[in-house]
Ligand binder design. Structure first.
Ligand SMILES: NC(=O)c1ccc[n+]([C@@H]2O[C@H](COP(=O)([O-])OP(=O)(O)OC[C@H]3O[C@@H](n4cnc5c(N)ncnc54)[C@H](OP(=O)(O)O)[C@@H]3O)[C@@H](O)[C@H]2O)c1
Length: 251
């Protein structure tokens, strides 16, 4: 896979899976736009770590709908055109139905959907418009194993990712005549910095047991699937959802 001369925008790319994806695209010759929401220091470190030249930071809160249009406009202004959009940024909030009050419940649903679904829909809207003007492109969105197996402690998270899958498949059909290819990568638990910091040893042990490989995914393994779907060789794979979950949940 070669992305020389390609311009790639990745949301939530300052850390975790987004950062590994930015590194992977940059290694393959792409010019990368790193979107993030708040942590300037971490974003600067990621930018400095990318091989190659011309990469830039784009600080925008994509949960705000006006920011999604501004993000695509900024990117096109700086880079000339958008070849690949990776919708990676996502949040998850615990809201167990038998434990939380109604305010917590409704807040979790609203916040989760704003970032994990509405932001992606809005970025697809503006991103596809930009791609149509230049002859096409690739959109890859990051979903989750939770879309298929359920998320008992975070039902809004599972629902938002299931909706993301369905939306992406609808767009794969609708955008095909415009040479815009749409794919999804659905990771299982992935060893990001956040995962390392927040898991207790017992939780970690349980998670490791979910996969017959007895380990979590590395962010680089998720990035590899994203690059595949963003490559010209994967055009006919449009509409596909690739599981990267170490055979922990087979569907
Ligand atoms: N890690 C896992 O185990 C796992 C498993 C399955 C699926 N996923 C999915 O993979 C994706 C990446 O997860 P991750 O664990 O790598 O994430 P992460 O380490 O928590 O990083 C989140 C990134 O998203 C950015 N972000 C969050 N909200 C944003 C917003 N409103 N606007 C712009 N940027 C925003 C953050 O920027 P700031 O730091 O500046 O706020 C950061 O760069 C998510 O969609 C997640 O649902 C993750």
């Amino acid at each position: 896979m070669d992305f020389t001369g390609k311009n790639v925008l990745i949301t939530g790319a300052s850390r975790g899976i987004g950062k590994a994806t930015a590194m992977a695209f940059a290694k393959k010759g792409a010019k990368v736009g790193i979107n993030y929401r708040s942590n300037d220091e971490v974003a600067q470190q990621t930018l400095a770590a990318l091989p190659g030249e011309g990469h830039q930071l784009f600080k925008r809160d994509i949960s705000q709908k006006t920011e999604t249009e501004a993000l695509i406009n900024d990117f096109v202004k700086e880079f000339g055109q958008l070849d690949v959009l990776v919708n990676n940024a996502g949040i998850s909030i615990f809201h167990e139905i038998d434990k939380v009050d109604f305010d917590h419940w409704t807040n979790a649903w609203e916040k989760t959907f704003e970032t994990n679904l509405f932001a992606v829909a809005n970025l697809c809207y503006w991103g596809a418009k930009a791609m149509m003007e230049t002859g096409g492109g690739h959109i890859v969105s990051v979903s989750s194993r939770g879309a298929f197996r359920g998320e008992p402690t975070k039902p809004a998270y599972g629902a938002s990712k299931a909706a993301l899958n369905s939306m992406s498949q609808s767009l794969a059909k609708k955008l095909a005549p415009h040479n815009i290819y749409v794919g999804v990568v659905a990771p299982g638990f992935t060893e990001t910095e956040m995962a390392k910091e927040t898991l207790t040893p017992a939780e970690r042990e349980n998670l490791l047991r979910e996969s017959p490989f007895k380990r979590m995914a590395q962010p680089e393994e998720v990035a590899h699937a994203i690059l595949f779907l963003a490559s010209s060789e994967a055009a006919y794979s449009s509409g596909t959802i690739i599981d990267v979950n170490g055979a922990s949940y087979l569907r």
